[in-house]
Design a protein around this ligand. Structure first.
Ligand SMILES: CCCCCCCCCC(=O)SCCNC(=O)CCNC(=O)[C@H](O)C(C)(C)COP(=O)(O)OP(=O)(O)OC[C@H]1O[C@@H](n2cnc3c(N)ncnc32)[C@H](O)[C@@H]1OP(=O)(O)O
Length: 154
């Protein structure tokens, strides 16, 4: 299965969180999970927060951020009757608002699952509800607004 991030043109494939061309980055991959989307990632021990064994909050926000922008593109394509993974130059989205609620400590050394649910598409705006789970425990939730870049944007 092709990941959403693998559909980004080369020019946009260098993101620290999800760029396939960034060898130093996280290279997050997002996919469909029914009508929603999901991604998995196991943070290494270098992403420790202040409490040993707990993931750094900025890392949690990064994972939600990159899963969210990729999901926004996939949701927008789907709303337009297109399959993002079949598009040569799919819609490109950036985050303008990400509000994270850290509900409980996120354990290290565990595969984390990020999920995104579409709340609505309005023109260039995609609103989503996101969550990050460790096993069946919801560790963080987020509300996100992503905006589509105009075609001529750099
Ligand atoms: C890109 C390819 C994929 C790469 C993957 C990377 C994933 C990584 C995820 C990220 O971390 S993204 C990086 C962090 N985000 C940014 O740097 C975004 C900074 N903001 C911008 O670049 C511009 O503000 C933006 C391109 C989003 C919009 O500028 P535009 O001049 O194209 O649009 P405009 O300002 O007219 O706004 C369009 C609509 O969005 C709304 N909007 C813009 N910025 C907003 C904001 N900050 N909060 C809420 N709404 C906002 C704006 O009100 C308006 O709503 P209406 O259509 O209803 O009038």
């Amino acid at each position: 299965m092709k990941a959403f991030q693998d559909c980004y043109p080369m020019k946009y494939a260098h993101c620290y969180g999800c760029g396939r061309e960034n060898a130093m980055g996280l290279q997050l991959k997002s996919y469909w999970n029914g009508v929603d989307t999901q991604a998995h990632f196991t943070p290494g021990m270098q992403y420790s927060g202040g409490v040993p064994g707990h993931v750094y909050g900025g890392m949690i926000a990064s994972l939600l951020d990159c899963h969210g922008t990729a999901s926004a593109a996939a949701f927008a394509c789907r709303e337009r009757g297109k399959d993002m993974t079949q598009e040569a130059n799919p819609a490109r989205f950036v985050t303008v608002s990400l509000s994270v609620n850290f509900k409980r400590p996120t354990p290290q050394g565990v595969e984390l699952c990020m999920r995104a649910q579409l709340l609505g598409v309005e023109g260039r705006k995609v609103r989503m509800s996101l969550c990050l789970l460790a096993g069946d425990q919801v560790c963080a939730t987020a509300d996100m607004l992503a905006i589509e870049l105009l075609p001529e944007a750099p």
